[in-house]
Design a protein around this ligand. Structure first.
Ligand SMILES: Cc1ncc(COP(=O)(O)O)c(C=O)c1O
Length: 398
């Protein structure tokens, strides 16, 4: 099937949801994707921060194939070995309990249900969750409502209640929003979709302390920043805090859909039999994949490599493009970086030009380029990407 045939099928038969680039990828190796015409692209977007170990990683492929030949799915009515192994790796230390599901939105749904169930169990009416402007928490009705960007939720009214929104990185506003009905604060350590905007140290540490003081939960949505992306297993480790609930997805399965909600303290025991569930979540195939990713992050020097490569990426961007008058800011941590451009340079045009030079990059927030390459990206690939970005910027005449 060639690209034109694929586009023809999609045009009439797939829901009109995505503005896709005119390319079809068929295979990958390391950080390189190949399209159906055999063209190679270095992937600095990683399937939106998903392909943590790159493409065709031998250990991941082996674990998935071995597991597929044994059993891919059993329901959560029974035990399965990969799930028990993954549970043991993720829970027990920082967090007491974990629940596995399939997507970031689902993991956040679990976190939201924990808040509401706890409020009902305590009979204190603390069901409201404070979230931040420009946040992103998913596309289900509850998580799109949690998302502090009306453009995502307004078309789907009526929306569920129970959320209120505050400006990000504004501790005073957060404190002012703390009414007696609030049971949790839900934040991202770095707002991803919102424009790669890091929570300041004082803000996140302050929010943590204030949540503790008020007896409300701190939920951190680490769907994008977790699973090693910033050079720590959880991004909150950079802040020296310990949230009550954290959610992971994206990079956790290295490309296989798996997500989780981790909780400690009362939050860990808020949900009981029948309160929540999933058919696919935590099945042996997905957990076998996540076991490989988590083992590499926790038992090898991968986290240090992510930090080193992230610093190298920052330096390379700083050296080659920061002086450019259209570059307003370069920010982010580890292998999650944003480059914000002057509005006169639409970021989509940069993405298109990079693509035509064989480099995949993404966008987010306000005219910001998003870089979230696989953790196996090399220094040579980083040099090549920043060279191309520099060339593109050098040729802009306005
Ligand atoms: C911070 C954050 N939370 C939640 C989600 C939703 O995850 P999913 O698309 O897997 O449902 C995303 C997706 O981009 C995200 O970046």
């Amino acid at each position: 099937m060639d690209l034109e045939q694929i586009k023809e099928i999609e045009k009439d038969k797939y829901m009109k949801l995505f503005r896709r680039s005119s390319v079809c990828f068929e295979r990958g190796e390391g950080s390189t994707l190949y399209d159906t015409n055999g063209h190679a692209y270095t992937d600095f977007f990683g399937g939106i921060a998903v392909n943590s170990l790159g493409y065709n990683h031998p250990d991941l492929v082996k674990a998935i194939s071995d597991q597929a030949s044994k059993v891919m799915h059993v329901s959560n009515l029974y035990y399965n070995i990969p799930q028990a192994q993954l549970t043991d790796k993720l829970a027990g230390d920082t967090f007491e309990r974990v629940f596995f599901c399939n997507s970031g939105a689902e993991a956040n749904e679990c976190a939201i249900k924990i808040v509401r169930k706890l409020a009902h169990a305590r009979g204190n009416g603390k069901t409201t969750i404070i979230t931040a402007h420009q946040s992103f928490h998913g596309r289900t009705l509850a998580t799109v409502t949690a998302t502090g960007q009306e453009k995502y939720s307004a078309p789907f009214a009526p929306l569920p209640g129970g959320f209120k929104y505050v400006p990000f990185n504004d501790l005073k506003a957060l404190k002012e929003a703390m009414t007696p009905d609030v049971g949790a604060i839900m934040l991202e350590c770095i707002q991803g979709e919102g424009g790669l905007m890091p929570a300041t140290y004082d803000y996140l540490v302050g929010a943590y302390a204030y949540a503790k003081q008020k007896g409300v939960l701190l939920i951190l949505d680490e769907v994008q920043t977790g699973s090693g992306r910033t050079g720590k297993f959880y991004a909150f480790e950079h802040y020296g805090i310990k949230p009550d609930v954290v959610t992971l997805a994206k990079g956790l399965g290295g490309g296989v859909p798996i997500a989780c909600c981790l909780a400690r303290g009362e939050a860990a025991n808020a949900l009981g039999p029948g309160d929540h569930g999933t058919t696919f979540g935590g099945n042996p195939l997905a957990c076998a994949a996540a076991n490989v990713v988590v083992d590499k992050l926790l038992n090898t020097d991968l986290l240090e490599k992510i930090t080193e490569l992230g610093d190298y990426l920052s330096d390379s961007l700083a050296e080659k493009i920061s002086r450019h008058k259209f570059v307003l800011d370069i920010r982010g941590k580890g292998l999650l970086k944003g480059v914000q451009f002057d509005e006169r340079i639409p970021v989509a045009s940069i993405v298109g030009k990079m693509m035509s030079l064989g480099v995949i990059v993404g966008t987010c927030g306000r005219n910001t380029l998003r870089l979230a390459p696989p953790y196996v990206i090399t220094r040579a690939e980083i040099d090549d990407m920043t060279d191309k970005l520099e060339t593109i910027l050098a040729n802009i005449n306005i």
